[in-house]
Design a protein around this ligand. Structure first.
Ligand code: IPE
Ligand code: MG
Length: 218
């Protein structure tokens, strides 16, 4: 979900306003995904590197996540959305941690759309953690496999993405789902994230259907 800052700057608004509009775009996009029969949607909300931003911006993002959990995600739960968070939880405020856990528990029976929110997430960090966990558990070298490693990722049940969409015209992965994206298709949209919605999601899905996937085979 990239481009909140540039969206705000182009309108003479604060970066916090950009993130606020980004949260609205998330709600809109999740509802569009339900309508388009998407079953699983993972979004990158805050990276392990985003802590390097100015403290007031970081605070605005943390506040916004809390507000989103309280105001937007319960409505989505009524539409059958199951929400799960992945990434580190030891660097965020306790109250936020509790709200995340409550929402996850309350939406656990939902099955229409699985929403995964990456927060304080980094692809390299999760691979390091997975390696640490293999060593801590005394797994023998011959038992290390793609399956045993994948089972120790931040969200082991997160399906590998078929399609990764990056907004705002940037063409890079920025530490998102490094392991899981091995065979993902990529679509780069020029749209700043706050302007993203049903039309853009539909266009990305249509682009995806035109791709031929071989997974390395003939
Ligand atoms: C979004 O947009 C997302 C987060 C990292 C929270 P940016 O804040 O990166 O927007 P730009 O790249 O400055 O436009
Ligand atoms: Mg950015």
């Amino acid at each position: 979900m990239d481009g909140n800052g540039r969206w705000a700057a182009s309108r003479g608004l604060s970066v916090a306003e950009g993130h606020r509009e980004g949260a609205r775009a998330l709600r809109r996009t999740v509802e569009a995904a339900i309508d388009l029969d998407v079953r699983s949607l993972a979004v990158y909300a805050f990276s392990t590197e985003n802590w390097a931003r100015p403290p007031d911006e970081v605070e605005s993002i943390l506040d916004l996540l809390e507000e989103t959990i309280e105001r937007e995600l319960p409505d989505l739960a009524h539409q059958g959305v199951r929400t799960r968070f992945f990434g580190r939880r030891d660097r965020i405020p306790q109250a936020l941690r509790e709200k995340m856990a409550t929402l996850e528990a309350e939406t656990a029976p939902n099955d229409r759309l699985h929403l995964w929110i990456a927060f304080d997430y980094g692809g390299r960090a999760e691979l390091v953690e997975a390696a640490r966990s293999l060593v801590e558990d005394g797994i023998r070298p011959e038992d290390v496999s793609e399956e045993t490693l994948a089972a120790r990722l931040s969200a082991p049940k997160l399906p590998d993405p078929d399609l990764v969409i990056r907004t705002s015209g940037e063409q890079r992965l920025s530490n998102f789902l490094l392991w899981q994206s091995a065979y993902a298709e990529f679509v780069f949209a020029e749209t700043y994230w706050p302007d993203f919605g049903e039309d853009e999601l539909r266009a990305a899905l249509e682009e995806y259907t035109r791709r031929g996937r071989r997974f390395g085979a003939r």
